[in-house]
Write a protein that binds this ligand. Structure first.
Ligand SMILES: [Mg+2]
Length: 249
């Protein structure tokens, strides 16, 4: 990151930088108050950027600091909406064996030959339920947000029905295509390196990779399988530990 590099260069030139590592040789014995924290932060961002550029995406390569906020996917992550989603498809004449999950609604409607309006009319947003342990997890997390492909006509109604008040909740209408994290990060006023994104699909993982943020699988969803090298939360309480800076297996 140019700003991190510039900051380090300036600190070294000022003679106020001492970094005892294999990367930077010892150049000074004088450290101003707060300098080490700033250097640590700058180095963390810098190393993360280099690792992202090299395609290294293991969470072990991420900065394991307490997260400033946790961003969640909605369907299949915070809520079990399978029954509600499937019932709407079936009501629209789709065979159960043709139903899949985790897609942008408009694309899936086009694939299955269903009008979006018909699907939305058949969908019951009060039929979704929180996965066990999610309510307790959310109560333990300070700042949290929702980033979902769900249509804005139903997503906020689901949150209302559950009594949830995320700081930011962006749905399909906020994105040009499938969900992406930059608009959520902008709304939170946070950098990607400071948040954890929790999701249940490969698209969620790609969205996290695209911005270089830490990703945790919602392993309590039975559809989430093995992902060697990735962080998997076996239960929602694990997300609280991850948000506090602990590495999950
Ligand atoms: Mg999902």
């Amino acid at each position: 990151m140019p700003d991190a590099t510039a900051a380090l260069t300036a600190l070294r030139a000022s003679g106020r930088l001492m970094v005892m590592s294999a990367v930077w040789p010892r150049t000074s014995t004088s450290i101003m108050p707060g300098t080490l924290v700033r250097v640590s932060t700058a180095l963390g961002h810098w190393v993360s950027a280099i690792r992202r550029a090299r395609g290294v995406r293991s969470s072990a390569a991420m900065d394991l600091r307490p997260a400033a906020a946790v961003v969640f996917d909605l369907d299949g992550t915070l809520v079990d909406s399978d029954a509600a989603l499937d019932a709407a498809w079936v009501a629209c004449g789709v065979a159960p064996e043709d139903i899949t999950h985790g897609h942008v609604l408009a694309a899936e409607c086009a694939r299955l030959g269903v009008a979006v309006e018909d699907y939305l009319a058949a969908y019951d947003p009060t039929a979704v339920v929180a996965f066990p342990g999610v309510e307790e997890m959310l109560a333990e997390i300070g700042r949290w947000a929702v980033c979902s492909n769900k249509r804005a006509e139903v997503g906020p109604r689901e949150l209302d029905a559950l009594g949830w008040r995320p700081e930011v909740a962006l749905f399909a209408d906020a994105f040009a295509g499938p969900k992406e994290l930059p608009p959520v990060l902008d709304a939170l006023g946070l950098d990607a390196e400071t948040v954890v994104f929790v999701g249940d699909t490969d698209h969620d993982r790609r969205a996290a990779d695209a911005v270089g943020c830490r990703f945790v699988w919602a392993g309590w969803n039975p559809r989430v399988g093995e992902h060697p090298g990735d962080e998997v939360a076996a239960e929602p309480a694990d997300v609280v530990r991850a948000a506090r800076g602990q590495l999950l297996g």
